[in-house]
Design a binder for this molecule. Structure first.
Ligand code: DAH
Length: 338
């Protein structure tokens, strides 16, 4: 019976090709699909079939009926000179236009900035091409300082005349304080550039989120509390480790590590087998830097921090390779819809 139904479909489609007007189409339709048509006649034999075959025949018959119905409608449309839209289904879902989405780094920066603005911080930015005076000198990194060695890099001309791609966002601390008076609370998101060999957790071009707070009676506990609130806002209840560290523009300086969320402390290539990831540097603003900001260190104190954004994004999403973030590879980026 299957072949009879298939044959009916084939012969009907063939006959449709040779019809000359809409009336002929109507007549053929009644002959085939009508209540007393050929398809109905075939189907009336279903009850005589073995039960196992019945369902398959029913499905085939309804597919054939649908195909023929579309063919009849189409043929009628051809003769009437207008397209027959009776098979147009307005409830069918449309084709979604492909609109872009935020890069995971951008999304992270936006979310973090929003966290700090709810704490009352302002947002500022500064130039990516910076002078050595702002990138180093005013931050208490004199010309002969070893910290400068590490960063003395990407000068814009071979004479190293003091114009360079900034190595951190800390220079904006000074630029901001040129136009603001304490109390001042500001965060600075931005791109920084370093001449280093790349590996799974280092790139030559990455993002930082700098923070600066200057007020009366600010203490290191305010700094630690702020950073803890930020990390817990971002990652939930995380393990945090604070180590004394050294940055010329803060005293004391600290580094904040977080347990590696990728290997859960076991050791992997991202955390260099230590189980901890260096997340950010911070400290109490050095009195020399306060003076360079024209802020009186006897009246005011301040704290500052610099967050490495890519590391945070890697931990947040379990990305084992920082260089993917700047690769522009759609197969990677499509996984992060914001
Ligand atoms: N600028 C430092 C860096 O790029 C990070 C940093 C450390 C920023 C301590 C700060 C700070 O504001 O207080 O590694």
């Amino acid at each position: 019976m299957t072949s009879e139904i298939e044959q009916l479909q084939a012969s009907t489609l063939d006959a449709l090709q040779h019809l000359q007007d809409a009336a002929a189409v109507d007549a053929l339709e009644i002959n085939i699909l009508g209540r007393k048509g050929k398809l109905a006649a075939l189907l009336s034999r279903i009850p005589t079939l073995p039960p196992a075959e019945r369902a398959g025949i029913g499905t085939l018959a309804s597919e054939v009926k649908q195909t023929l119905q579309l063919a009849f409608n189409g043929a009628r449309g051809k003769f009437s000179g207008t397209n027959d839209h009776s098979h147009f289904d307005p409830t069918w879902p449309g084709v979604a236009p492909s609109i872009g989405h935020l890069h995971p780094v951008t999304a992270f920066v936006e979310r973090s900035v929003q966290f700090f603005t709810t704490l009352g911080y302002a947002v500022a930015d500064g130039p990516e091409v910076e002078t050595a005076a702002y990138n180093f000198d005013k931050l208490n990194i004199p010309a002969n300082h070893p910290a400068r060695d590490l960063w003395d890099t990407y000068y814009l001309n071979p004479e190293r005349d003091g114009i360079l791609m900034r190595t951190h966002t800390s220079p904006v601390q000074l630029r901001y304080m040129e136009t603001h008076k304490p109390p001042a609370y500001v965060v600075v998101p931005g791109r920084v550039f370093r001449h280093e060999a790349t590996d799974a957790s280092h790139d030559t071009n990455f993002s930082m989120l700098e923070g600066l707070a200057i007020d009366r009676d600010l203490h290191i506990t305010d700094l630690i509390g702020t950073l803890k609130a930020f990390l817990q806002h971002t990652f939930g209840p995380v393990k945090m480790r604070i180590r004394p560290s050294y940055f010329p523009f803060v005293e004391p300086g600290i580094e904040v590590d977080m347990s590696c969320l990728i290997c859960h402390g076991k050791g992997c290539s991202v955390c260099k087998q230590t189980g901890w990831l260096e997340m950010l540097g911070a400290g109490m603003v050095h009195p020399v830097v306060l003076k360079n900001m024209k802020v009186d260190p006897k009246k005011y104190s301040g704290f500052a921090f610099g967050i490495g954004v890519e590391r945070m994004v890697m931990l947040l999403h379990g990305i084992p390779e920082v260089r993917l973030l700047l690769s522009g590879d759609q197969r990677f980026l499509e996984q992060f819809h914001y």
